[in-house]
Design a binder for this molecule. Structure first.
Ligand code: ADP
Length: 495
């Protein structure tokens, strides 16, 4: 009874082993010839039992391993120590390889004599590929010197350390691996539990970002940009976090400097504008007195002064009216940007209005004005009108003596701005003057040739800047000029 039970158990075990398909379970005789072969072995290595029983297990080893006598060494080890473990590439029936984890156990009979070996093999190719992949990534990461790239376990304990981490934070790998990542945080952030809040955020959202101050080994601080991702294993379980840190101190300092510089320039500009406003405003008063007294003088004393005196009087009047123009221009210049009411402007209608205002000049010069399709924009109505007026009247004014002026206005758009063009067929502008003519009072010609104050283009430049745009020229002497200016789209009424 006892015996038949044993026989039954033995048979059951035999069948169970045969049917296991996750593990290749093989029996070898003492020479390494295969005597038993289960379903798992067939599945992993591709041979059926009929094909392989009787063959030597060396068949699965690579040429290199055979040259190194690895199969014999493993059997010898199992024979001596009872067991041999190995991992390595093995060959399947179809010639492809798989990564095998192997345990060979010596089997003895009741008398203690070696009668063969059992060999259990698992196919760990996927795991091996994953580990190789991780290793490759780790090697690449360890050489990165501009970014601190570290792995944390679930509790925030540092698992590895790359060159970048050393450069940025000042610790050597052996000083810091095994310590908590909270070391890098300022005391006040630790008190607020910020480090672990970030890990939580990464766990919940799949990512956490932060910019803030962090501590180096020597206690100094740096401005860090930190990104944390959860790390999962092959089975999808979270095993910890990856943490990438960049030192943005330089960038941050440069940005702070830039903002400081901008604010200084803004202050200076504001002071200059105030000065220009006050100066021009206060100068107007005595100038008005000079103008009116000169007129009065020339009227009241015209019979008492000679020809030469009349001429001088005319010069005086002319100069004071020019000075009035210059001062008015300066006053207007200082006021640009003060109009905070941006509204919808139909530029096509606006230009028709400008042309009507310039009618007498246009007619006198027999000028032709062409208006192409123009957009509605959001801008300061007053200032844009002034801008078009200056450019169109310049286009009419600076014409060649032998031809009638032709001015064409058009517009194009890109994603962020409208670009307008005012093109003429006039005298053109030499390349070396194309920047300086936007400076206040800059003129290229004597008054006798072309009248003006030299302030119109300075106005235009300031107006475009107020509309977050630019103004520029394409021109060739004697061929004409194109003035381009851009106006940012989507401008709001400024506060
Ligand atoms: P103004 O017209 O009162 O002289 P602006 O500031 O409008 O002052 O122009 C500055 C100078 O730029 C002009 O004196 C002229 O020399 C040059 N300029 C401006 N517009 C044109 C143009 N369309 N063609 C040629 N030169 C021009």
């Amino acid at each position: 009874m006892m015996k038949s039970n044993l026989q039954f158990d033995h048979e059951m075990l035999q069948n169970a082993i045969t049917e296991i398909d996750e593990y290749a379970i093989i029996l070898l005789n003492p020479e390494g010839d295969i005597i038993e072969w289960n379903t798992g072995a067939e599945k992993i290595k591709g041979y059926s039992a009929d094909e392989i029983i009787g063959k030597n297990f060396k068949k699965f080893y690579t040429l290199n391993d055979i040259n190194l006598k690895k199969p014999d060494v493993l059997l010898q080890q199992a024979k001596t120590f009872g067991k041999a473990n190995d991992e390595g590439w093995r060959i399947k029936k179809d010639g492809t390889t798989f990564w095998a984890s192997v345990v060979i156990t010596a089997v003895h009979n009741d008398a203690g004599r070696l009668i063969g070996y059992s060999k259990v093999t698992r196919d760990l190719t996927l795991k091996k590929q994953y580990e190789d992949h991780l290793n490759r990534i780790n090697n690449a990461i360890s050489d990165v010197s501009d970014y601190a790239i570290i792995l944390l376990n679930k509790d925030g304990i540092i698992q590895n350390w790359n060159k970048g981490a050393q450069n940025i934070k000042g610790y050597e790998a052996d000083e810091i691996i095994g310590k908590s990542f909270t070391q890098f945080y300022l005391d006040e952030d630790i008190a607020l539990n910020r480090p672990f809040q970030l890990l939580n955020e990464a766990t919940i959202n799949g990512k956490a970002h932060e910019e803030g101050l962090r501590k180096r080994k020597d206690g100094s601080t740096f401005w860090a940009h930190v990104t944390i991702y959860p790390v999962k294993n092959l089975e999808g379980e979270m095993t910890g976090f990856s943490k990438v840190t960049r030192d943005l101190t330089e960038k941050k300092t440069a940005e702070t400097e830039r903002l400081k510089y901008i604010s200084e320039i803004e202050n200076k500009n504001h002071e200059l504008e105030q000065f220009a406003y006050i100066a021009s405003h206060d100068l107007q008063e005595p100038l008005r007195t000079i103008s009116s007294l000169t007129s009065l003088l020339s009227l009241s004393y015209k019979d008492c002064i000679d020809q030469e005196g009349v001429k001088m009087m005319d010069y005086l009047q002319d100069a004071s009216s020019r000075m009035t123009n210059l001062i008015t221009g300066l006053l207007e210049y200082s006021r640009i940007g003060k109009d905070r009411s941006f509204s919808k402007v139909n530029t096509s209608e606006m230009i028709n209005g400008v042309i009507a205002d310039l009618d007498s000049r246009i007619k006198a010069q027999k000028a032709e004005i062409i208006i192409n399709k123009l957009p509605n924009i959001v801008a300061s109505d007053l200032e844009i009108r002034q801008l078009f007026q200056n450019l169109i009247s310049n286009g009419v004014k600076f014409h060649k003596p032998d031809s009638t002026p032709k001015v064409e206005i058009s517009a194009t758009e890109n994603e962020s701005e409208w670009v307008f063009e005012v093109k003429d067929n006039g005298i053109g502008i030499p390349e070396e003057d194309q920047e300086s003519i936007f400076m206040i009072y800059k003129r290229l010609h004597p008054r006798e040739k072309f009248e003006g104050t030299g302030i119109g283009l300075a106005h235009c430049k300031k107006i475009t800047e107020v509309h977050q745009g630019k103004i520029w020229i394409e021109s060739e002497p004697n061929k004409g000029s194109s003035f381009f200016f851009s106006i940012k789209k989507g401008l709001n009424k400024k506060g």
